[in-house]
Design a protein. Structure first.
Length: 117
């Protein structure tokens, strides 16, 4: 299984970007798809997660601005009204929990998002 993320770039405050993550291999392995981000000097944090059943959860900092979705084997993160503090490297993640235990955990290589005027 491989995850290939792309779509990052430089955008002005208030702008939009859509990140994409192509998952190679069987999507049925996973019961969760997520995006994380890591800003310079900070720990990696969860941005958005989507379960196999379609439930979605977002970090408070991005609620109402970011949307996670899936199109076949591609996981998308639509980011609107971007703020300076959204600047980070964004990572896609595919995982499977079984009876509360992390069974599979795959990561993409990261894509840089820079919000700057």
């Amino acid at each position: 299984v491989q995850l290939q993320a792309c779509g990052g770039g430089l955008v002005q405050p208030g702008g939009s970007l859509t990140l994409s993550c192509v998952v190679s291999g069987s999507m049925s392995l996973f019961n969760g798809l997520a995006w994380y981000r890591q800003a310079p000097g900070k720990q990696r944090e969860l941005v958005a997660v989507m379960t196999a059943g379609g439930d979605k959860n977002y970090a408070d900092a991005v609620k109402g601005r970011f949307t996670i979705s899936r199109d076949s084997a591609t996981v998308l993160l639509r980011m609107n009204n971007l703020k300076l503090e959204d600047t980070a490297v964004y990572y896609c993640n595919a995982h499977r929990y079984t009876l509360g235990t992390l069974q599979y955990d795959y990561w993409g290589q990261g894509t840089q998002v820079t919000v700057s005027s």
